[in-house]
Design a protein around this ligand. Structure first.
Ligand code: SAM
Length: 390
């Protein structure tokens, strides 16, 4: 496909997304219909679509349509801006030439930028971000419009950081140490080659965000650790690499745990999977981690659609689930044990306010530690709090 044909494809996919289809589904349906598109074309169209979603507020200044978004994307992309006439020629599979109104709209200055254009999220969310982060909010919103980095965790039981960098380089993957966490690597070249590399298949490295790694590295040592919302198990595996603990994993949706067993095997870590009833039987644990479902706002660089699809009602529902999980998990912690609460959210409502609410409702518990990880440090945004019983 030519660069112009890729822009046309992105316009088509974005129009389908804007009519109410999830972006991933719109991309998959387009790829099925477009047998002529090779893997590089599919990746390129996906990149354009996701870039338009990350900057949807700014790029919608010509109107919220696939064409409007892709026109703004093209004029703000250094590699494309000098070729606008050739790209938007209307010839072959290229999008139609620019109209006079579009030409005029593209030169509109940013002096009149609305909050939605500045923060690239709906106003109710930029309001929540400002009240959560204060002066940092605008920089964090800006960071969320950038493409997320690819980070790896070196499995220290299998080798060193230097050994992992050398092994990855042999397979064409260039990675450098990242200072958010001792075992974190930032992939700077060929991230798409990671999954086939010897370092990955042998379990020397795992894919895990840098801040998520730092959060796991900071968790207190325990003899019995339960990851109560384990999902794919990234956090329990990271914890197991650094601590000599008996490891347990649970998730309300057992389907979410399906990758954990092969990942644990590759890493050489033993994790026992428990049902909800099994957790109660196996309790107490001296560390229970609740990496609760949340808005995902700290990872909106990876899933930018979330910024535009989250509703106030859905956020309120999530907050109720978060309190319920804290209540359930608190019963599983032994005396003097730690209940760790984590989100990949940037909002106070899901973080500090939830901890305050839990401590108000359960006065025997108090918060002994809190930390927020910002996307400005490179990794995703996260929040962690430790609770103990007085
Ligand atoms: C943020 S994800 C966890 C990600 C995971 N810890 C990781 O590092 O990959 C939240 C998980 O909580 C699970 N969940 C939702 N409600 C739950 C509940 N009431 N009890 C336990 N897990 C729940 C979801 O199925 C989801 O897998």
């Amino acid at each position: 496909m030519t660069p112009a044909a890729r822009l046309s494809a992105a316009i088509e996919v974005l129009d389908v997304y804007l009519s109410g289809t999830a972006a991933e589904k719109a991309l998959t349906n387009w790829a099925r219909r477009s047998r002529f598109a090779g893997s590089k074309d599919r990746a390129a169209v996906r990149d354009i679509v996701f870039e338009c979603l990350r900057k949807r507020g700014t790029y919608a200044r010509l109107g919220l349509t696939g064409r409007g978004l892709v026109l703004c994307y093209s004029t703000e992309n250094a590699a494309l801006v000098d070729d606008m006439t050739a790209l938007f020629s209307g010839e072959g599979h290229a999008p139609a030439p620019l109209s006079e109104a579009e030409e005029a709209g593209l030169v509109q200055t940013r002096d009149t930028a609305s909050d939605e254009m500045t923060y690239n999220m709906p106003d109710w969310l930029s309001g929540a971000l400002k009240s959560s982060l204060g002066d940092e909010a605008v920089d964090v919103a800006q960071a969320l419009t950038e493409r997320a980095g690819v980070y790896l965790r070196v499995n220290s039981s299998k080798g060193s950081v230097e050994g992992a960098i050398t092994s990855l380089a042999k397979d064409g993957v260039i990675a450098v140490a990242h200072d958010v966490s001792n075992l974190a690597l930032h992939v700077v070249e060929n991230p798409r080659k990671v999954s086939a590399s010897e370092a990955y298949t042998s379990g020397l490295v795992e894919l895990q965000d840098a801040a998520s790694q730092a959060l796991c590295a900071g968790l207190p040592a325990a003899k019995r650790m339960l990851d109560y919302c384990a999902g794919g198990g990234g956090k329990v595996l990271a914890y197991g690499d650094l601590n000599d603990a008996a490891l347990f994993a649970h998730d309300a949706n057992p389907q979410r745990l399906r990758d954990l067993t092969p990942r644990a095997k590759r890493a050489g870590v033993k994790v026992e999977i428990l049902t909800t009833k099994g957790c109660r039987k196996a309790a107490p644990f001296d560390l229970v981690l609740c990496d609760v479902p949340c808005s995902g706002s700290g990872s909106w660089r990876r899933s930018p659609e979330g910024k535009w699809s989250l509703t106030q009602a859905a956020l309120i529902d999530l907050m109720e689930v978060q309190q319920n999980i804290l209540r359930e998990a608190a019963d599983l912690v032994c005396e003097n044990g730690v209940l760790a609460y984590a989100t990949c959210s940037l909002f106070r409502q899901e973080n500090e306010d939830q901890i305050a609410q839990f401590c108000d409702d359960n006065p025997s518990w108090s918060c002994t530690f809190e930390r927020r990880f910002s996307p400005l440090d490179g990794g995703d945004g996260f929040y962690i709090a430790y609770l103990t019983q007085k």
